[in-house]
Design a protein around this ligand. Structure first.
Ligand code: NAP
Length: 574
């Protein structure tokens, strides 16, 4: 290989050092660095030799080089933060972190160090000079967290679904990237970066805190059912941040990308047909019930398409509505007397039943179409079927995007729908189609799917995405001067999910029968990863302290066997 690259290769370190290289660049693994350094015949090297290491843990390598190298050698500690497979076409924009640990004041030696660093600068690397200690602190808060999330989700064997949200797709990419890193590398990172344990503890604490929050609300809700209103319900608000110290589809991640572009092309074709249809039809009169975050977000586009939007909500939104051109009602009877053709429920999952129960449906025209956009689907489907007279039609939808992920348009984003009950009369069929056309016209990927199927897919994807976003929010991720792409992805995920109310997240948990199972799997995966890390530490300790080191007391079990019942990994087969 060296010959192909035009490199002189030496199998004996004496031969290498006798060539009198100006720079010794250590590309060793963390664990092997010390024995390799000790095996080098340093006395053969010129005293002005520059030693450079590229280990991902910098305080460790700095201390090691200072300890083992005579004081006449110069030392630069570096960490090029990029993946080999991603950077094979060039290093433009990749981060190159370094600290000039010891450079003598001699002009030639200063310029040797600068020339070495300039090689990377010329390739377009983003050069960041920070101390090794700062590097380790930032990296534990970003790279180690990213790898941990990637490893935990990797154990869940997440799969692409036909209704992926943008957030879920970024998680799939993260898992794919983390799969490229061995557990050994992750373990070394954990062992040799002194800040990593604290980050793991914070993640642990954040996950526990989220679970406590969910179970607390659940406990309140069940007690309320058992004891009526004798006890006051807990007010829904978020806990404080952590203090600073299935098979749900078939496609693989890569095939998903091809599927995405194919779907977008189909959507564009379809859009032209819809435009013809919309031009022939008069505009719709749509009443939005629940004019909060998501109701307003939908209203903007619906108005933009020329439809008439009325709104009714618990809070007073007169000013916002007026600015948007929406007619706002504080009395549901007044709203219904306007005889809207469509009633669009944008209420929180938790409040929908209560709002529907008090809704004066008797004031509406027969054939009114009831639509909901709740993020769970079986629950509103059953509720509408139970409560709404047969005169009304029912369409259950879930736009799989929100104000953040859909802020630049809805093109290519999935709209899941189930025509639960639509009369056969031509005008009723057409009303339902015209409503769906609002989304199709914006380029949404229209996915017709039963409510039950939706909930199965969404628990494995959307609920997991929201959970990870909320856990990381509690960890209190901060921006760093050396962010990796994966870390930026996680920061964006947090931004997307915390924009949603806790009611929404709690609704996803409580009203999707599959969510509890997914939470358990996530919990188990995280526990398994910790067990694997601490199991190895325990094994190392015993190896050091007991003669009988080969009979390690720790059973090293592959964590995927514990999460995936039908796991076919090599360990299990053995
Ligand atoms: P949300 O917290 O789920 O719902 C807020 C809406 O619910 C507001 O209109 C609020 O009315 C109403 N509401 C809450 N409690 C109520 C109560 N006790 N009585 C009457 N009304 C009550 O936040 P959201 O983001 O706006 O979501 C609305 C719906 O859209 C949810 O069902 C959600 O699952 C679905 N959805 C959201 C997204 C998203 O990205 N946000 C995406 C797809 C679907 P007031 O504002 O008048 O208090």
């Amino acid at each position: 290989m060296a010959q192909d690259l035009g490199i002189s290769y030496f199998s004996n370190p004496h031969d290498l050092c006798e060539q009198n290289p100006q720079v010794i660049l250590l590309c060793t693994s963390i664990i092997s660095t010390e024995p390799i350094l000790k095996s080098l015949p340093l006395q053969c090297l010129g005293r002005d030799t520059l030693f450079v290491d590229m280990l991902p843990v910098k305080e460790f390598s700095k201390a090691l080089l200072l300890k083992l190298l005579p004081s006449y050698f110069d030392i630069v500690c570096t960490h090029p933060i990029f993946r080999v497979e991603r950077s094979k076409h060039g290093w433009n924009g990749v981060l190159f972190v370094y600290e000039k640990v010891r450079i003598s004041s001699d002009g030639l030696r200063i310029s040797l160090c600068d020339n070495f660093l300039n090689m990377f600068k010329k390739e377009g690397c983003r050069m960041v000079e920070i101390s090794c200690a700062e590097h380790d602190k930032y990296v534990a808060g970003s790279q180690f967290i990213t790898q941990t999330i990637g490893k935990v989700l990797g154990m869940l064997t997440l799969e692409s679904t036909p209704i992926n949200t943008k957030g879920y797709e970024t998680l799939l990419d993260l898992v794919e990237n983390a799969a490229g890193d061995s557990f050994d590398l992750y373990y070394e990172f954990f062992m040799y970066n002194k800040n990593a344990l604290e980050m793991l503890e914070r993640l642990d604490f954040a996950f526990d805190s989220l679970k406590r929050q969910l179970f607390g609300y659940l406990h309140d809700a069940v007690r309320k059912q058992l004891f009526g209103n004798a006890e006051k319900a807990r007010t829904l608000h978020e806990d404080n941040k952590v203090p600073n110290p299935s098979h749900n589809g078939a496609a693989s991640v890569s095939s998903l990308k091809a599927m995405r572009s194919h779907k977008i092309a189909q959507v564009l074709d379809h859009k032209a047909q819809i435009l013809d249809r919309v031009d022939d039809n008069p505009r719709l009169k749509i009443a939005i019930v629940g004019f909060g975050n998501f109701g307003q977000f939908l209203a903007k586009t619906i108005i933009h398409q020329g439809h008439v939007v009325l709104a009714y909500s618990r809070s007073d939104y007169q000013d916002v509505a007026q600015k948007m051109g929406v007619i706002c009602f504080s009395d549901a009877e007044d709203l219904c007397e306007q005889h809207p053709e469509v009633i669009l429920f944008c209420t929180s999952i938790l409040s929908t039943e209560k709002v529907l129960r008090s809704f004066p449906v008797q004031r509406l025209m027969r054939n009114t179409l009831f639509v909901d956009v709740l993020s769970v689907k079986e629950f509103p489907r059953n509720l509408f079927l139970q409560k709404l007279p047969l005169d009304f039609d029912i369409l259950c939808t879930h736009p799989m995007f929100g104000p953040e992920s859909g802020k630049n348009g809805w093109n290519g984003l999935p709209l899941v729908y189930d025509k639960v009950r639509v009369g056969s009369d031509e005008s009723r069929v057409s009303l339902c189609e015209r409503f769906l056309d609002i989304f199709a016209l914006e380029g949404c990927r229209m996915v017709e799917m039963s409510c039950a199927e939706h909930d199965r897919h969404a628990a494995g994807s959307q609920f997991i995405t929201h959970t990870i976003g909320r856990v990381l929010e509690k960890v209190g991720l901060e921006s760093t001067p050396i962010p990796t792409n994966d870390y930026t992805t996680l920061l964006n995920l947090v931004k997307n999910t915390v924009g949603d109310s806790f009611d929404l997240y709690y609704g996803l948990f409580i009203y999707n029968v599959n969510a509890m199972d997914q939470l358990k799997r996530l919990d188990l995966a995280f526990e398994s990863l910790k067990e694997q890390l601490f199991g190895r530490l325990y094994g190392v300790f015993h190896e050091q302290h007991f003669e009988n080191a080969n009979e390690s007391p720790v059973k090293q079990e592959n964590p995927c066997c514990q999460i995936v019942p039908d796991c076919s990994c090599i360990d299990k087969m053995n």
